[in-house]
Ligand binder design. Structure first.
Ligand code: LMR
Length: 400
């Protein structure tokens, strides 16, 4: 009965890892998925995570009971504080509901399902380009996806005018997906002043902000600075949604830890919204897993561990910045044609190189370098040892 089923294509991002794993070459390099690697090219478990895990394991009073549908209460409170700030009025006035979800993707999906059921407008605008999974998550949740201009390939920067025009002509009430910081895949963010203009435009048209915050702490190395776009929208008293992920900033990728927060106008509305979020979650996966959220809550609650975390996070962000400089210098040293200054200007985990899909295919075939076909490279996957190999490959790709 399943013989008619066609083979589906691999995922454009996670499929890169599948192809990489099959390649026997000793020089192969995976710059596809956004996952941090050390200078030795190894995945990193943060020291604070190890410490928290150790203490959790030693605590014999801990059990494996089901969490509530909304997840671990401490984790939810601390996550809201992390993104909105300890002094947030919305938190103090109990106008925020936060539910633990399955990392960023799960949080986006739960938020989108809620909007499809309870919000009057089904249209969501996503930036062009954006993370490849966004349109799929929103479409399958029942929203209708449109795009707004974001990236200008000629300047390799923000197409701010295009963005304002497209959001300016969006139907009133439309939902708008915004990357809180370190836009994926371009590494191009609006300035704070531009953010404020976006905010004013969106509020004047009643557009609903839905932030994806997957890289808090990774753009600037500061958790507070990277939350400024979100906090600006909270400060004006209006509604918004935020999906948070701890995959990158705590290195908890496979633990699937994240949170969805919805900021409402009143505490009463927030509590009714939460009751409906439970109806979205329960038939989907019942309630979220306990381990990863316990680690996060443990770290966020303990002042010493929190401080240690910020230091480790900054070290990851700094290593990526260092890789940017090294790659830029290596291309400069080779006299590779083109202006590569965007490598040092873009922020976060990725560089949107401007290489086309043919050049990417060439680099994979000849140099065993794996990356997404849109020319995005994960800077977090590079090390001082592998920069020359990548620079050789880019040089060959653009000069052939
Ligand atoms: C990425 O863009 O590489 C990450 O967000 C990982 C993923 O799930 O695609």
């Amino acid at each position: 009965v399943f013989s008619h089923v066609d083979r589906a294509p691999e995922d454009p991002i996670l499929g890169v890892t599948v192809a990489y794993n099959k390649d026997p070459s000793p020089v192969k390099l995976n710059l596809g998925v956004g996952a941090y690697r050390t200078e030795e090219g190894k995945p990193l478990v943060l020291n604070v995570v190890r410490k928290a895990e150790q203490q959790l394991v030693n605590d014999r009073s801990r059990v494996k009971e089901y969490l509530p549908i909304t997840g671990l209460a401490d984790f939810n409170k601390l996550s809201a504080k992390l993104i909105f700030g300890a002094d947030s009025n919305a938190i103090q006035e109990n106008r925020v509901t936060t539910v633990q979800c399955l990392s960023g993707t799960g949080s986006l999906r739960v938020g989108a399902e809620f909007l499809a059921r309870h919000y009057h407008q089904r249209i969501i605008y996503i930036p062009q380009p954006t993370w490849g999974n966004h349109p799929k998550v929103f479409t399958l949740a029942g929203l209708s996806v449109k795009t707004y201009r974001y990236y200008d390939p000629t300047t390799r920067g923000l197409n701010f005018q295009g963005l304002l025009e497209d959001l300016g002509s969006a139907p009133s009430g439309a939902i708008v997906l915004l990357h809180a910081c370190a836009h994926n895949p371009t590494g191009v963010d609006p300035t704070l002043q531009q953010w404020d203009q976006i905010r004013q435009l969106m509020r004047s048209k009643g557009l609903m902000p839905f932030f994806d915050s997957a890289y808090q702490g990774f753009a600037s190395g500061s958790l507070d600075s990277d939350a400024q776009s979100v906090r600006m929208f909270v400060a004006d008293g209006g509604e918004l949604l935020v999906a948070q992920s701890y995959a990158k900033n705590m290195g908890l990728y496979g633990e699937r830890v994240g949170a969805l927060s919805i900021v409402c106008r009143t505490a009463d509305v927030a509590s009714r919204v939460e009751s409906q979020l439970k109806l979205v979650i329960r038939p989907m996966y019942s309630n979220p897993p306990i381990h990863g959220a316990s680690i996060v809550a443990f770290i966020l609650k303990d002042r010493n561990l929190y401080n240690e975390w910020t230091i480790e996070l900054k070290a990851m962000a700094d290593r990526i910045i260092c890789m940017r400089q090294q790659l830029f210098d290596a291309l400069h040293a080779r006299g590779t044609p083109g202006d590569w200054s965007h490598i040092i200007k873009q922020i976060g985990m990725f560089t949107f190189t401007g290489l086309n899909s043919k050049q990417v295919a060439f680099m994979t075939k000849e140099y065993h370098i794996y990356m997404t076909s849109d020319g995005r490279i994960s800077m977090a996957g590079l090390s001082s040892k592998t920069v020359p190999h990548l620079a050789d490959a880019i040089h060959a790709a653009v000069t052939r």
